[in-house]
Design a protein. Structure first.
Length: 305
């Protein structure tokens, strides 16, 4: 029997009993050195043309190298076609121009684009090559593409840049959300989180505003702890000041006009009922508009003076 070779990297598989006196050359040349290039070797591509990486069993070949370094300086996007196998490549586009390259599988597949100046980690996912990470000039992963990223301890982001969150429309919200999820909603154009005692998606970093003209119960007005910029604290009025959106009524435990003036219009423009337990006063003359009325409940008073 003769030496066999692995199907992926083409490494020698010496058969027991063969290579008497020559096994060292086979191990060194067809196993050790080839593993060395597969782990840390670089294929430099300097010609401005499409390239097909080949696999040669038991010998050096371009598809086995760990790093694909593109240095050509053309302007047309070029393809690097690699064997469709479970292989990870670090692809460095060091083109001297604005040239982009596409790493694709035989077939060919659609592949993944690496723009000029980009360093990317690419892998075969079973049907095509995909980009799984980007690497900054300092050798730090700047983007990481994965289905789920789980941290088992507190995590810190220490750059002076920013973290890009997942984003999508309201219709693209996760189908099985869990509390603590955070994303950017491109439908509402705001950050949102999944939280609450009865969990639901809600805006983060700002309340959703709407013009309420129908609520018939008294609500609590809100007050900000700042007159400009971003308010870090919001207060409610408790029961000291209440507002009814459907009618525009205010209730206050005390009215104090610091300027010394309390104003009322000279025309009652909309019908009104002075309810039980309330009296009213107006400074006249006062005219009730045509078609409108003022109803005074039994036992109550409306004083015009």
């Amino acid at each position: 029997m003769t030496t066999a070779y692995t199907s992926l990297l083409g490494l020698a598989l010496p058969v027991t009993g063969e290579l008497s006196g020559t096994w060292g050359d086979t191990v060194n040349n067809s196993i050790t050195s080839l593993l060395d290039s597969a782990v840390a070797g670089t294929t430099t591509i300097s010609s401005d043309a499409d390239v097909t990486l080949t696999t040669t069993t038991g010998a050096a070949n371009t598809s086995r190298e760990a790093i694909l370094l593109w240095t050509a300086g053309g302007t047309v996007t070029r393809n690097i076609t690699a064997p469709a196998q479970s292989k990870v490549y670090v692809v460095i586009n060091a083109s001297s121009s604005t040239q982009s390259i596409v790493l694709r599988g035989v077939g060919p597949t659609t592949g993944v684009t690496i723009v000029q100046g980009e360093k990317a980690v690419c892998a075969w996912n079973g049907t095509d090559f995909v980009k799984i990470a980007n690497i900054s000039g300092a050798g730090v992963f700047t983007t990481l593409n994965c289905t789920a990223l789980t941290a088992t301890a507190d995590s810190s982001f220490t750059s002076t840049g920013a973290v890009t969150l997942s984003k999508g429309t309201t219709a693209q919200q996760p189908g099985s959300p869990v509390t603590g999820m955070l994303r950017y909603n491109t439908t509402t154009n705001q950050f949102e989180g999944y939280s609450g005692a009865s969990p639901a998606w809600a805006g983060v970093g700002g309340a959703t505003l709407s013009n309420d003209t129908s609520t018939a119960s008294f609500e609590y007005p809100l007050f900000a702890a700042a007159t400009s910029g971003s308010a870090t604290t919001v207060y409610t009025s408790n029961a000291k000041l209440l507002y009814k959106p459907s009618t525009g009524e205010f209730q206050a435990s005390e009215l104090a006009a610091s300027n010394g003036l309390l104003l009322n219009a000279t025309t009652v423009a909309a019908s009104y009922t002075i309810g039980t337990g309330y009296n009213a006063m107006s400074v006249g003359p006062v005219t009730v508009a045509s078609g409108q009325s003022v109803t005074v409940s039994s036992g109550q008073r409306w004083l015009v003076f």
